[in-house]
Structures are given as C-alpha cells and as structure tokens.
Design a protein around this ligand. Structure first.
Ligand code: ATP
Ligand code: MG
Length: 259
C-alpha cells in the first residue's frame, strides 16, 4: 500500500476530482464527506470498482457514530449494502475493548487505521460465521480495509426498517426466532453478538435479520457470557413491552447448557 507521502501532485488532483464527483452524486453533507471519504477510503473504493465488486455508490442509508452505510449497485445490477467505518473519528476505546482478548487478533498493531481495518474484518468474519449456521444476517460479500460489502436488505426503493421502528405483526414469532438465533450463534457458530437490540435487528419480509456484528466475540472471549446475558436481557426487555413474557435466566441457562 502506498503511503500518502508517495502520492504525487497529479494523483492527488485526480483523487480530489474523483472525490468531488463521488460526493456530488450521493449528496451528503460536507462534514460527513470529509470524515468518511479520506484519501485511503477513496483508494479502497477505486479498488472495489476496478475489481468489479461494485459499480455505483448509490445513496446513504444511514449516517452513524462510527460509520456510514450506503446502498451500492454491482456490475450485474444487484443491490448491496456498503458499510464504511470512519477512520478519522471512530470511537476507539469502544472498539479496542472488544478486539483485545480475541485470539484471532492477537498480533494487532496499535496503529489506529490498522485497528479500524481489523474491526471491519472482524465484522465480516463474524457475519460469515453467523451466515454459515443459517442465521438471518445480510450475506457477507467482501471486506477490504475499512469497507464492508454485504447483501442489501430492503426493496428497490427503500432499505428494510429497524425493529425499533416497526409495529410487529407477529411479536411472539419474532421473539422466538431471535432467541433461537442467539442460541444457534452461541452453540453452532461459537459467537456472541454483544450488541443485540431493536437498533440492530432489521425486519425484512416479516422476519428478523441481525446486523452490526463488529463487536461480536467468540465464546472463549473472557467477557462472552456477560455479553450473552446482556443480549438476552435486551431482547427479553424489549418484548416485555409487547406483552411477551419470558424468563431471561431460564433462557440464558438453556442457551449455555452443554448438550
Ligand atoms: N445489509 C443492510 N441492508 C439494509 N440496511 C442496512 C444494512 N446494514 C445496515 N443497514 C442500515 O444501516 C444502519 C447502520 O448499520 P449498523 O447498525 O451496522 O451500523 P452502526 O455502526 O451501528 O451505525 P450506528 O452508529 O448508526 O449505530 C442500520 O441501522 C440499518 O438501518
Ligand atoms: Mg447498529
């Protein structure tokens, strides 16, 4: 990878022009533009386009604390979701807490950019683990540097909504499915999501899809049981308001019971 110092004036100008045209097409505010599309992220997009992973960066679906999610179109006209972690302002402490202690990421350098890249790869790998045991998650497509490409959930004109914004038609069924996903994740994928809430569940075609796996940890992580307990608590608590009653301690024991 070339460092910024090696970029000559001509290349810099070219990148600036590409950046302007990319930005003008997707219409986001100046602060977000500067934070999300730094030079290295633009290089990454250039690579994704030349590798024919994506063709068009469509429009922003969400602008969050740590990153932005865009809709994109592949060369064969499929819709994808593109999550871009912000290298400049990512909440660093939050991230390192989950990476330290995970044996997959032991040789991590302390460099900020490297940590963001590792975080992105971690989300991709966690998604793969969950996808491989048949949990509803967006199918992971590719992760490169701070950019993660995955299946887009939604219709051609709108991304599917978060559970927090939906009046559920079948709350009991959705609750049971989410608990089943938590159990499968723990027992088959050996993974704990760590941030399950109505903000990280998408309702697509009346079914729950779990998203946002960046903070997911393997069950051997020293805090995995604490995270699992919290996930179950959040789900039980949310559904309590919808008149679904469940015993979170019993669910925790059932999920973690050795068979
Ligand atoms: N595969 C997808 N298909 C459609 N929409 C998606 C997809 N993935 C994420 N989104 C949308 O983007 C939003 C942010 O995604 P995600 O939860 O993964 O990021 P985040 O880091 O939590 O962002 P935030 O800081 O906003 O919480 C989601 O709430 C959802 O609306
Ligand atoms: Mg989220």
């Amino acid at each position: 990878m070339s460092s910024d110092n090696f970029l000559d004036k001509k290349t810099l100008k070219k990148l600036d022009r590409e950046r302007e045209s990319l930005i003008s097409r997707i219409g986001i505010d100046r602060k977000t533009q500067d934070e999300v599309f730094d030079k290295s992220t633009l290089d990454t997009f250039e690579k994704l386009i030349s590798d024919r992973v994506i063709d068009i960066l469509d429009f922003p679906i969400s602008t969050g604390k740590e990153g932005n999610v865009f809709r994109g179109i592949t060369p064969d006209k499929k819709l994808v979701a593109i999550k871009v972690y912000r290298v400049s302002t990512s909440t660093f402490k939050h991230i390192s807490k989950y990476i330290l202690g995970d044996p997959r990421f032991i040789s991590l350098s302390k460099n900020r950019r490297d940590i963001i890249h590792t975080w992105t790869k971690k989300e991709y790998k966690n998604l793969q683990r969950a996808y491989n045991v048949d949990i509803n998650v967006p199918k992971p497509i590719k992760s490169i540097n701070n950019v993660l490409i995955m299946e887009y959930l939604g219709s051609s004109n709108m991304a599917a909504p978060l559970m927090k914004d939906v009046k559920l038609k079948n709350p009991q069924e959705i609750f049971d499915t989410i608990i089943d996903f938590i159990s499968k994740m723990y027992n088959k994928a050996e993974l704990v999501h760590g941030d399950i809430s109505a903000f990280n569940v998408i309702i697509h075609k009346n079914k729950p899809y779990i998203i946002d796996f960046g903070q997911g940890v393997l069950i051997e992580h020293p805090n995995s049981l604490e995270f699992l307990k919290r996930d179950i608590h959040n789900v039980v608590n949310y559904f309590k308001k919808l008149n679904i009653s469940a015993d979170e301690i019993e669910i925790f024991q059932r999920v973690t019971k050795k068979s």
